[in-house]
Design a protein around this ligand. Structure first.
Ligand code: SF4
Ligand code: SF4
Length: 87
């Protein structure tokens, strides 16, 4: 392995794997905010607009799409199966 590819590989190793995104079904969400609390990258916030059920649903921060690792913690924690993880 030459120096350049060794450097590229070591930079690659330092970078977190981040190629996923999530989709939250706003109208299924009951606002427990487990996903907000447990996302290790803090990529989920509380929406300012309520859904059909009157809850303020969780919302993925679209600007941070490239930072989601697809770890599925949010989807696993969600009691209402409102989160789908796309890889
Ligand atoms: S899959 Fe993981 S990193 Fe992505 S939003 Fe859910 S908890 Fe956060
Ligand atoms: S865990 Fe599910 S129900 Fe709870 S706030 Fe997140 S999306 Fe909504």
């Amino acid at each position: 392995m030459n120096k350049k590819s060794a450097e590229a590989e070591s930079t690659e190793k330092k970078k977190p794997k981040a190629m996923a995104k999530i989709v939250i079904d706003r109208d299924r969400c009951k606002g427990c905010y487990f996903c907000v609390k447990f996302c290790p990258r803090e990529l989920i916030v509380i929406s300012e607009e309520h859904n059909k059920q009157g809850y303020f649903p969780a919302e993925f921060i679209e600007e941070k799409e490239g930072e989601c690792t697809g770890c599925k913690t949010c989807a696993i924690m969600c009691p209402d199966t409102a989160i789908e993880v796309l890889k």
